[in-house]
Design a binder for this molecule. Sequence first.
Ligand SMILES: Nc1ncnc2c1ncn2[C@@H]1O[C@H](COP(=O)(O)OP(=O)(O)O)[C@@H](O)[C@H]1O
Ligand SMILES: C[C@@](O)(CCOP(=O)(O)O)CC(=O)O
Length: 416
Amino acid sequence: MTSSQPPLKIRISAPGKVILHGEHSVVYNKLAVAASLGLRTQLEYSEEVERQNVVALDFPAVNMLHFYHVQDLQDFIDKPLPLIKSPCTYNFTHPELLDHEEILASIATFIAEKSGSHRLEANQQLAFTSFLYLLWAFLGPMNIQLTHFKLRVKSELTVSAGTGSSASFAVVIVAFFLQFIRLRKLKPKDNYKGFNITNPNLESFDKKELELISKWAFQSERIIHGTPSGVDNTICTYGGLVQFRKGTLPLLIELATKFTTILINTKLPRDTKRLVSMVAERREKYKSIIDGILNSMDQVSTRALQCMQKINTKTLNDFELLNSYETLGELTDLNQNLLRCLGVSHPKLDEICFVLSNNGLHGKLTGAGGGGYAICLVPPHFDKVVVKKIMEELKLKEFDAVLTDLGGCGVSIDSL
Ligand SMILES: Nc1ncnc2c1ncn2[C@@H]1O[C@H](COP(=O)(O)OP(=O)(O)O)[C@@H](O)[C@H]1O
Ligand SMILES: C[C@@](O)(CCOP(=O)(O)O)CC(=O)O
């Protein structure tokens, strides 16, 4: 991205996530329990490209391969960054100082002017807006002359299905800008605040950097979701198992035990923003009733977390293990019914849960609902032949079903 230095290559990846308990209620400060997935989003940045003066943005998950003139992007990031305080107080460690709405308005104008011939679809527009937002926020205040590059972000996750594709996308882009600044040893322009990078290890991010990545990915989630709770960007940054309550520090739990799940895709698209605002409308109309449901969800998350933590200690005997999984199954049924009361289930999700319960397992939707994925924990003692049979039955009903373990590692800098 900068001239006069050897071409750079960077690879970053981040996991997707599942919410085990607490979707929707987490928006109202209730407890959520989420885990990362083995499925990841991968970013590849390369300055070894054939076309000079051209920036290629390749986001295959949303069918977007666009080319822009380097100078157009340079002019864009050289504009004064809209801030709520003076530039001398800002650098990339202060996302809270951005004038979010003003930046989005400038980006919308830029996209309208420069994307003339490419008519962007809604999912492409959101991805591109998020990229430009982060590009400007990180590199706008830096002394930098952009040159040609190619940025490709591919993903093993299904987009818009509740497994955190947007947070995972945001995390790799943010982590990339941070890594780029570290490798290029960029310095701020005179009118912006200086900063110190204290982590000497260029192959991983330290605690402070991870905090920053999660914070910035939250900004991107605001663009894509409107009013995110913050659970998705947290789990996609840190990986493992996360106990999350809005406004408090997330508690990270390292998984010592294998938690196997079946993930079942209804293949029905859904819109998180719409589902979250639908719950808000329902709450407005039936406040005390919905608050009762949200409080029950908080209790479900608390009990489920206790159970998982017990299992994670690896000290339970067979009987205790069986009991803990039985409780987890009952809590899953309870939560699915509560989510149904909130209006975020779907007949296809209910059908999946019915197939599972008919065969001795328990399922619930995961993420915003309305379609997307259902999740089902498989106890270690559960008959593998029955699991196979269930998966075949689900496939016959045209659902996609995969077995996967929870707890992939968080954002990582991958070797080239
Ligand atoms: N790999 C990706 N590449 C580009 N954009 C992505 C990618 N993954 C997600 N997005 C963006 O995030 C949006 C999906 O967000 P959302 O509906 O919250 O789904 P999810 O529940 O999977 O996070 C897409 O419309 C797109 O704008
Ligand atoms: C419904 C909600 O709790 C989870 C949304 O998850 P997803 O977008 O479906 O991955 C919203 C949020 O936490 O911001």
